[in-house]
Design a binder for this molecule. Structure first.
Ligand SMILES: NC(=O)c1ccc[n+]([C@@H]2O[C@H](COP(=O)([O-])OP(=O)(O)OC[C@H]3O[C@@H](n4cnc5c(N)ncnc54)[C@H](O)[C@@H]3O)[C@@H](O)[C@H]2O)c1
Length: 664
């Protein structure tokens, strides 16, 4: 059977042979065994809905075994035999070019080179699911292969509910992931309802088919380190000879040493897992590995004298590094942390004084003791950072719940008002005011032809557009424009592509629209093939997350989620090809609502109209909310947007004279 025929077939009516469990694949951890006996039957009854009655007896046993062994029913037997990767758009069967582009993006999220646990349909973050099981994947691909531009496919947490009549300007696909009645949004609710097969954790770009591998993180981390460096610069000096200390060489955290090198500082990144150290070192993402604290101190002192640009992995605990540098009086200019504290009790954070292997067995065999050890280390961690910041270190939280969990452990990290933390998050001090409030965020595109030449052409088009815009950019955003021009100039040389031919580029509303328009013209002129536009959900408007994306909102509204919901609704009627809205992502289930979109450009006049309408809204919605929260950078940006678009009329806040409040 050809690839096209296999896609069109959907769930095969003759069951394929069971598949052996491949041990050399990175598999998802066994999930919690949370269902009662009756609930397990319900989970199996639910799973069997996808199959003909003739197969129920055999599959019921198999799914029961999967549920007991892995905590979930993945339907491994149905995993397709063809290679999982983004193919050129012309390889996909179908009647709708938009639907074909979505198939390409789905396959990219499940590519073995891209996905973290490809057999469990997890793209990243340990639980970021594209689908809950292989039946959902097969059925979705079949629907996409037969739909027309007069239909919309609705997807409920991976389950393709079906094709509904709509119209050519409507989204082809509407995705919801993990949307719960608010009171049922605790971590164990995810365990239970995911095990029942009725919801999933879509993370951000996993469940919206918009993940593009590690380059997205490298770009964002570089911008963060660069701007942190500018924040601490006294006389506009560069980061040369300055020291950045952090931790984690995992999925996202592993980008830190590479970003430190691009930003031009000395980076020390502690990592307890030897495998993670080896992976990042062998990939060239970190320059040197040191296993001894005295040697580390010596090496760093030398690098400071020589003003070297170098990244060093320390194989060991981050708390030991901070303590050593304090004792040895090594000044740290920038400090952060990227251990996985969104998951503190199950391997996201390792205690000091216990080996990596012993920690792993302790967390499984003595979870209460392990929790105590983690909290003890977190208290030490907070205390030693306080010592460094007293000497002048600039420390920021990297959205990994470090300050949240440290405070819960009793570390001294609260500000005097006992509400705020002593230290800002990277969004509060850096990405929020310097990027998001002006509309700069992780815009991205994928060349649907699959041709590297197309990507090179689009890089050039984007560069020319940005260089033109930079000539008249106001001083407030000149620096961002220059950083982004620098990034796009180096993009080809940095060889960042893993999976589809994709590129990330921070841009504001005007930049995104102008770049997209230039792409659409180039497609019309047959210079390049179709383009899929999108963005990370970690952006200006798409995500309401009080400890991350919206942590620099100070009017009390950071615990609301109106912006993310308005955004997805607004995108869907302004021309998005697909939209998605998720509960959970990055910081945890119940802690964030985030959404994204995909848009196919085909060179047509209709595509031009859609991109202008949707991209303008997709960025300015968030700027208007940030402006209403009195963020002065956003007030500047939304006023500027109103000058360019007379149909935009946004309510501008009146700022209160604080002395009036002081006397109340
Ligand atoms: N990079 C970003 O842009 C970004 C943005 C927001 C949030 N985050 C957060 O950063 C965290 C890290 O993400 P990730 O994908 O790299 O996770 P990950 O789990 O892949 O990596 C974290 C690493 O930290 C190591 N580690 C744990 N405790 C340690 C300790 N005490 N000392 C030294 N090393 C230790 C672990 O072994 C692991 O390899 C997550 O909580 C994520 O949500 C990252």
């Amino acid at each position: 059977m050809t690839f096209k025929e296999q896609i069109q077939q959907g769930i095969p009516s003759i069951l394929p042979q069971p598949k052996p469990y491949e041990v050399n694949i990175n598999h998802a951890p066994k999930r919690k065994d949370i269902l009662s006996a009756d609930e397990k039957k319900l989970a199996i009854r639910n799973a069997l809905r996808y199959f003909e009655a003739k197969d129920h007896a055999i599959l019921a046993k198999e799914f029961y075994a999967e549920l007991n062994t892995y905590g979930r029913i993945y339907m491994y037997r149905l995993r397709p035999d063809y290679e999982m990767k983004a193919r050129p758009i012309s390889d996909y069967p179908g009647k709708s070019e938009q639907a074909k582009a979505i198939m390409l993006m789905i396959q990219n999220n499940l590519d073995y080179a891209v996905a973290q646990h490809p057999h469990e349909l997890i793209t990243y973050g340990g639980n970021g699911a594209v689908f809950q099981n292989w039946a959902q994947y097969l059925l979705t691909m079949k629907y996409l292969s037969e739909m027309t531009d007069e239909q919309t496919l609705t997807i409920y947490s991976g389950h393709p509910m079906g094709l509904f009549p709509s119209h050519s300007d409507a989204p082809r696909v509407v995705v919801t992931n993990g949307m719960m009645i608010p009171n049922y949004s605790k971590p164990d609710d995810w365990e239970k309802f995911n095990a029942l097969g009725v919801t999933q954790y879509g993370q951000m770009t996993a469940g919206s088919y918009m993940y593009i591998g590690p380059q997205g993180i490298v770009h964002g981390t570089t911008i963060t380190v660069l701007n942190a460096g500018r924040k601490i610069a006294k006389n506009n000096e560069s980061l040369a000879g300055k020291l950045f200390v952090t931790s984690g060489l995992g999925g996202m955290s592993g980008a830190q040493p590479k970003a430190g090198n691009i930003a031009g500082c000395i980076t020390v990144c502690a990592e307890v897992n030897p495998k993670a150290v080896h992976t990042r070192h062998s990939q060239g993402w970190v320059d040197e590995v040191i296993e001894n604290l005295d040697q580390l101190a010596e090496r760093v002192t030398l690098a400071k004298v020589r003003k070297e640009v170098v990244s060093i992995a320390y194989l060991g605990n981050i708390v030991d590094v901070w303590e050593k540098f304090d004792a040895a009086n090594i000044f740290v200019d920038l400090g952060s942390d990227q251990t996985s504290l969104h998951n503190p009790w199950a391997g996201g954070y390792y205690p000091t004084g216990i080996s990596f292997e012993d920690s792993k067995s302790m967390m499984a065999e003595h979870p209460e003791l392990f929790k105590e050890k983690v909290q003890e280390t977190l208290r030490k961690h907070g205390a030693v950072i306080n010592k460094h910041t007293a000497k002048g270190t600039y420390f920021f939280d990297y959205g990994n719940a470090f300050l949240l969990e440290s405070s819960r452990a009793g570390a001294d990290v609260f500000a005097p008002n006992h509400i705020d933390f002593k230290y800002p998050s990277y969004i509060q001090d850096i990405l929020g005011p310097m990027c998001f409030d002006y509309g700069f965020g992780p815009f991205r595109w994928v060349c649907a032809s699959g041709k590297p030449e197309d990507l090179e052409k689009t890089d050039n088009i984007a560069r020319v557009v940005l260089e033109e815009m930079a000539k008249t950019a106001p001083p407030e955003i000149k620096q961002q424009m220059e950083d982004n021009i620098q990034w796009i100039k180096g993009a080809q040389q940095n060889k960042l592509v893993v999976g589809s031919q994709a590129r990330i580029l921070y841009a504001d509303a005007e930049g995104r629209m102008k770049i997209a328009e230039a792409f659409n013209d180039a497609i019309a002129n047959k210079e390049i093939g179709c383009i899929v536009l999108g963005r990370d959900h970690h952006d200006v408007s798409g995500t309401d997350s009080p400890y991350r994306e919206t942590s620099n909102i100070y009017d009390g509204s950071r615990f609301t989620a109106d912006m993310a919901i308005q955004n997805v609704i607004g995108d869907s009627f302004r021309g998005a090809t697909w939209v998605s809205i998720h509960n959970g992502g990055g910081v945890g289930w119940g802690e964030v609502i985030n959404g994204g979109f995909g848009m196919v450009l085909d060179g047509s006049a209709a595509a031009k109209k859609r991109l202008q309408s949707m991209l303008f809204w997709d960025v300015n919605n968030g700027i208007s909310r940030r402006s209403w929260a009195r963020n002065h950078e956003a007030i500047f940006a939304i006023k500027r947007a109103m000058e360019t678009q007379p149909l935009l009329k946004v309510t501008i806040p009146t700022i209160v004279d604080e002395t009036i409040l002081e006397n109340l």
